[in-house]
Design a protein around this ligand. Structure first.
Ligand code: HEM
Length: 391
């Protein structure tokens, strides 16, 4: 077979990476992408092993393929143990102060209000009018950030993770957007230093283990990670889930008939087409894999989205089977960097989508083709124009 020329910046990969992933898994499981200057690991066993082995596959240069300047070394996705252990313990302690069950009602309230406004429009965009309103609204509540800034910060989060195809990676607008998010949070942290509040930013700023606390930079960058993950990963995931329930009407009907299937359908969506498709590591030593040599210092993309479609791990992997119970899927990563917000992500998706589906059990896409956000890490449509009922 000829070289597949896998290019993370191609619009085809944004729209549908799965046929290319399959070609990589079968014929080039350890693939050097000349176009992107990195290796791509695509089989479950390899991706899972690399995610667990931080000594060999390090995150210290950042886990974004087009890493944002100023993010490395001081937040969870850009450090290795022991520094990562310390940050993770302090961040997890702050997170644990939020009672998950207490978030059910606020999630349902934010979702109900977003839905009421969306329905008034007739045709609406599931992302702008629902999923991102719910996730931004809730995250801003948890973190204690001013709601008036929510829409603008969400716009900047999307910009900060959008890669520019023409410029092959990062661009000025993306960097400026991340700088603005960091400045916005820096100002909020300063306010908490003067007057602590009952919110997640204060909890991070005051989190303490054996006298050790996060530095100001660590509080800002960890808060920024929460905002970016909470706003974008979650909103994009919820959007992919709504698309799956549209594309697989039988699955949707079964969920509507038995709400116990809703968490199972969410878990299968995390496997089937998660929004967090690929994350980066850098090799700390030479690694021999499938006849190739990954050299010390080489960049390596862990294609979680591909690993989740590997038949060696999941039977009939291209089938969306809501009763599959996909044990060990990599939708939230694996190893020491396993998503800190996984339970929050599941809970918010479940509660918000229940509100949505109870009100709108039948919906259709109001466009023929979706446009996809250009991103080397993530996968989500730019918008999902939707109408209520059958087309
Ligand atoms: C369903 C939505 C979400 C998905 C699909 C998702 C996915 C992921 C994945 C795949 C990773 C691993 C990154 C790597 O390997 O380098 C990760 C890490 C992380 N996620 Fe999420 N995430 C979601 C929601 C959230 C939420 C709601 C939060 C918090 C508000 C969050 C916070 C984090 C943090 C802090 C990390 C870094 C953990 C570490 O490096 O120790 N995520 N997420």
């Amino acid at each position: 077979m000829s070289d597949p020329v896998f290019d993370l910046y191609s619009t085809g990969i944004d729209a549908d990476p799965f046929p290319s992933y399959a070609a990589l898994r079968e014929h080039h499981p350890c693939y050097w992408s000349d176009a992107n200057g990195l290796w791509i690991l695509s089989r479950f066993e390899d991706v899972n092993a690399a995610a667990q082995d931080w000594r060999t596959f390090s995150s210290t240069s950042g886990n974004l393929i087009d890493e944002l300047p100023g993010r490395t070394g001081a937040t969870l996705g850009t450090t290795d143990p022991p520094r990562h252990d310390r940050l993770r313990a302090l961040a997890a302690a702050a997170f644990a102060r939020k009672n998950m069950a207490a978030l059910i009602e606020p999630t349902r309230a934010v979702a109900t209000s977003a839905l009421a406004q969306a329905r008034e429009k007739g045709t609406f965009d599931f992302i702008t009018d629902f999923s991102s309103k719910v996730t931004v609204g809730l995250l801003f509540q948890i973190m204690g950030l001013p709601e008036s800034d929510a829409a603008e910060i969400r716009r900047k989060v999307v910009l900060s993770i959008s890669t520019d195809k023409e410029k092959r990676g990062r661009n000025e607008e993306q960097i400026a957007a991340f700088r603005d998010i960091s400045q916005f949070i820096t100002d909020e942290v300063e306010k908490r230093r003067v007057a602590p509040r009952d919110d997640l930013v204060t909890a991070l700023a005051t989190s303490e283990i054996d006298g050790d606390r996060l530095s100001d930079r660590e509080v800002v960058l960890t808060s920024a990670t929460f905002v970016m993950a909470g706003v974008e990963s979650l909103s994009s995931f919820m959007s992919m889930f709504a698309l799956n329930l549209h594309n697989y009407p039988d699955a949707r009907r079964r969920v509507l008939a038995d709400w116990n299937l809703l968490p199972l359908a969410i878990e299968e969506s995390l496997r089937f087409n998660t929004s967090a498709q690929r994350f980066k590591r850098v090799a700390t030593k030479n690694v021999e894999l499938h006849g190739q040599t990954i050299k010390e210092g080489d960049r390596v993309a862990l294609a979680y989205g591909s690993a989740n479609r590997d038949w060696r791990k999941f039977r009939n992997p291209d089938v969306y089977d809501i009763e599959r119970r996909p044990q060990g899927h990599l939708g939230f990563g694996a190893g020491s960097h396993f998503c800190l917000g996984s339970n929050l992500g599941r809970l918010v998706t479940q509660e918000a989508m229940r509100v949505f589906l109870e009100a709108i059990p039948e919906y259709h896409l109001a466009v023929e083709t979706l446009t996809w956000t250009p991103s080397s890490n993530f996968r989500a449509p730019v918008a999902i124009p939707m109408g209520i009922g059958r087309a």
